[in-house]
Write a protein that binds this ligand. Structure first.
Ligand code: DX5
Ligand code: ZN
Length: 216
């Protein structure tokens, strides 16, 4: 299967969101990745649901929501109301991760679990069969445009072994510092979904960049 590409809204031009959403709709990208931050779990705040309602109306691609917030389960209904395809919560932000994953699935969304760079893949051993997506952060979450942490490639290989060894179905997604070079290493290591913010939106031709990232 060819890898999927999910451009990250965080690097879009908020002064002209309509134009960027039209580009996304025309492009060959698979999902739109949406980063929600609370200034507590991560040292930054992005955008909230009143803004995202407009994004959801303008965007025809499935929405992949990444919650960088404490107690993400509190916002399950808001994420569902956006019509999101998937809801990604951080392993580090959920005391009762198993319950949260079940709640996301009961709400009719795909359940994603995200790991910070310092959290080992082995922490997922008891939940891997239940989740639809595992997302590995390849930067410390909170900001776009950061440098890729190379150790992520080794984590992808380990996660690939865990998923295939168990016959689990989870997709492997990587978020942070993804570009043509790092993307190629990740795809070779077994990644299914590449998230890319600045590499797409700051490219001279974003649609062409998406096409390249889909064909690494
Ligand atoms: C970082 C966010 C990412 C971010 C990636 O906390 O989760 O989705 O938009 O941006 P780039 O691709 O520029 O590293
Ligand atoms: Zn993200």
């Amino acid at each position: 299967m060819k890898n999927l590409v999910a451009p990250s809204l965080l690097s879009a031009n908020f002064g002209d969101l309509k134009a960027d959403m039209e580009m996304i709709n025309r492009s060959s990208c698979d999902w739109l990745h949406i980063d929600i931050m609370d200034g507590v779990f991560v040292p930054n705040i992005s955008f909230g649901f009143p803004v995202l309602k407009h994004v959801a109306r303008l965007c025809r691609k499935p929405l992949d929501v990444h919650l960088m917030i404490v107690q993400p389960e509190k916002f399950l209904n808001e994420v569902k109301a956006l019509g999101a395809r998937s809801m990604n919560v951080h392993f580090e932000a959920c005391t009762h991760l198993h319950r949260v994953v079940q709640q996301i699935k009961e709400a009719g969304m795909k359940a994603g679990v995200t790991l910070n760079p310092a959290t080992p893949v082995a922490m997922l051993a008891d939940i891997i069969d239940e989740v639809d997506i595992v997302m590995l952060m390849s930067v410390n979450p909170g900001f776009g445009g950061q440098q890729f942490i190379p150790h992520t490639v080794e984590k992808v290989r380990e996660l690939r072994r865990m998923i295939d060894g168990r016959g689990a179905k989870a997709l492997i997604e990587v978020d942070g510092g993804v570009n043509r070079q790092t993307g190629k290493m990740l795809v070779d290591a077994g990644v299914d979904v590449l998230v890319a913010g600045s590499a797409v939106f700051h490219a001279p031709d974003p649609e062409e960049e998406i096409r390249i990232l889909k064909n690494l």
